[in-house]
Ligand binder design. Structure first.
Ligand code: XIL
Length: 331
């Protein structure tokens, strides 16, 4: 592990501000030395995997719990890492009390204001980017009905959430973040329409996060990813790849063959991002196959990340370095 060339050092040679990052679990930063050392060595930004979500920060109505989030907010700057705040409005990780709550629109707006004030206010000035709204729409562009904010406030909760976050922490860059919207067509077109509407209405949105939870046979081509980033940035927005992992288990072939293909997918995505002046970061959802949400969500051995379960580099790690080296200006 010690001999791995740090990704953050390769990024430093790019001569442009660029975030290279991963989601982390604060408990593992505390309890597993290899995990913490790898995060500190490799990345320049981290996203809390769950610890800033609603069900973790307000499990009981009106009673906040910021212990895990605070731990990360102390640990990250001590290791020269920026923090991406994730996420203020989402339909998952909603506590039971909120899922069954019936209240007036005015009360729901007041609750949204308290929620955003509590989180964005607590960490004001220390969060570089907030995922203000996560996964607000379905594949066809209709709003997700199972979001408490959608249910209790209605369509305009999105505008309100961005305005409230901006008022609370004016220096944070504010993002809309979604999955299956990476390339062109389908949901990507719907996300484009949604954020174009926000921009047109003067809502303070600064970027779009393309999650890139993809699989070897379910992924955008380089041209599609580039075209989507180009149209989003033409709106005046930044983009980031925010949660990349690449599932391989369902593919035929040996693990070696799958990992070789996986490396191409990581390299191509990073190449496209580095080629776009306003693609300002590349973050994966974890980094070692030892600790990946895919195991729980999709079953064993999805092996979607770029270090193996012993923290040894997989071909994808070297491929990311190749993309970074290629993009660095000659000295
Ligand atoms: C995931 C976490 O990694 C899991 O631990 C949790 O059980 C479910 O949520 N898109 C997102 C992330 O924006 O917040 C999700 O995180 C993964 C998909």
């Amino acid at each position: 592990m010690d001999s791995l060339l740090p990704l953050r050092e390769a990024v430093a040679k790019l001569n442009r501000p660029f975030q290279i990052g991963t989601c982390v679990r604060p408990a593992l930063l505390r309890d597993e030395a290899d995990y913490a050392a790898t995060v500190a060595a490799q990345f320049n930004t981290v996203t809390p995997g769950n610890e800033m979500k609603f069900c973790r920060t307000q499990p009981t109505q009106g009673q906040y719990d910021f212990r895990d989030a605070d731990m990360l907010m102390d640990w990250a700057p001590a290791h020269n890492l920026a923090v991406r705040g994730h996420t203020l409005c989402w339909h998952e990780c909603v506590p039971d009390w909120l899922n069954v709550l019936e209240c007036s629109r005015a009360d729901a707006l007041a609750m949204l204001q308290r929620h955003i004030g509590a989180l964005a206010g607590r960490y004001r000035g220390h969060i570089t980017i907030w995922d203000v709204v996560n996964e607000a729409i379905e594949e066809d562009g209709t709003r997700r009905a199972n979001s408490p904010w959608q249910r209790l406030i209605g369509d305009d909760y999105l505008d309100t959430a961005f305005h409230l976050t901006h008022a609370t922490d004016p220096t944070a860059r504010l993002y809309y973040n979604d999955f299956d919207a990476d390339g062109m067509g389908g949901k990507a077109d719907q996300v484009y329409e949604l954020v174009a509407g926000l921009v047109k209405r003067g809502v303070p949105i600064h970027g779009v996060g393309l999650q890139m939870h993809i699989a070897l046979d379910k992924r955008p081509t380089q041209a599609e990813l580039a075209a989507n980033m180009a149209r989003l940035t033409a709106l005046g927005l930044d983009v980031q790849i925010t949660e990349m992992d690449v599932r391989v288990r369902h593919m035929p072939g040996t693990w070696e063959e799958r990992f070789a293909q996986q490396a191409v997918v990581y390299r191509e995505a990073l190449e496209v991002c580095l080629d776009q002046p306003r693609c300002v970061g590349f973050l994966s959802w974890g980094f070692t196959d030892k600790h990946s949400w895919l195991t729980k969500r999709f079953g064993d051995d999805e092996a979607g990340l770029f270090l193996d379960a012993t923290y040894a580099p997989k071909p994808a790690f070297h491929a990311m370095h190749a993309a970074l080296a290629q993009a660095a200006p000659a000295v």
